[in-house]
Write a protein that binds this ligand. Structure first.
Ligand code: FES
Length: 149
């Protein structure tokens, strides 16, 4: 009789551990699948402009990645269209994109997504939407992004 009382709580505990492991495994499998089909959106952009640096701090053909609210932004001094800024968060799976001056494209290293530097549109790869454009302006010899353009 005393033996039954000792084994029942142990079985219940083992059942509970088993269910917790199954739930953890399902969450580990389903989490990335859900994130894949509902890609991250850029939200929480700062309402105020963010200073990038002095005018001329980004040479033609170069770029700078800066903190823009919760997410980084990519500021490019494009040879054809001048200073442009985009969210640096890929619209596919939220990896960070980079400017490649050799190819002349904005590239996402995660799944080979390519974006056009003039408007952030998708050139090729899996990203479902263009990069979000951010206004650029100059005030008092300082380059700003965001806010009212
Ligand atoms: S996360 Fe950028 S292409 Fe997949």
């Amino acid at each position: 009789m005393a033996k039954d009382n000792a084994t029942l709580p142990r079985r219940g505990f083992l059942r509970l551990i088993n269910q917790a492991l199954i739930a953890t495994g399902l969450a580990a499998i389903l989490g990335p699948i859900v994130a894949f089909f509902w890609p991250a959106k850029l939200e929480e952009m700062p309402s105020e402009p963010v200073a990038v640096g002095p005018v001329g701090s980004i040479a033609v053909g170069e770029s700078k990645t800066i903190r823009f609210g919760r997410y980084p932004a990519l500021v490019i001094n494009t040879p054809d269209n001048g200073l442009l800024a985009y969210s640096a968060v890929c619209t596919h799976f939220a990896c960070l994109v980079k400017w490649n001056p050799e190819s002349g494209m904005i590239e996402c290293p995660c799944h080979e997504g390519y974006f056009h530097p003039s408007d952030g549109s998708v050139i090729s790869g899996p990203p479902p939407e263009p990069l979000e454009s951010i206004p650029v302006f100059i005030e008092d010899d300082t380059l700003f992004i965001g806010g009212e353009a």
